[in-house]
Design a protein around this ligand. Structure first.
Ligand SMILES: [Zn+2]
Length: 52
């Protein structure tokens, strides 16, 4: 689990969990700063619930 904070005022905007790649664009409700984030996570599947 990771969180996205506004780089300008530090407000916590959202929490998220990523599998694969993700691109987020969130407008901070406090200071109206537009925060964008993109990341890619490569194959770490430790949390497996069953095989197949
Ligand atoms: Zn902000």
């Amino acid at each position: 689990m990771a969180d996205l904070r506004c780089p300008k005022c530090g407000k916590l905007l959202l929490k998220f969990q990523v599998h694969g790649s993700i691109t987020l664009i969130v407008k901070c409700p406090r200071c109206k700063n537009l925060c964008s984030l993109s990341m890619e996570v490569r194959g770490e599947t430790r949390d497996t619930t069953g095989q197949g």
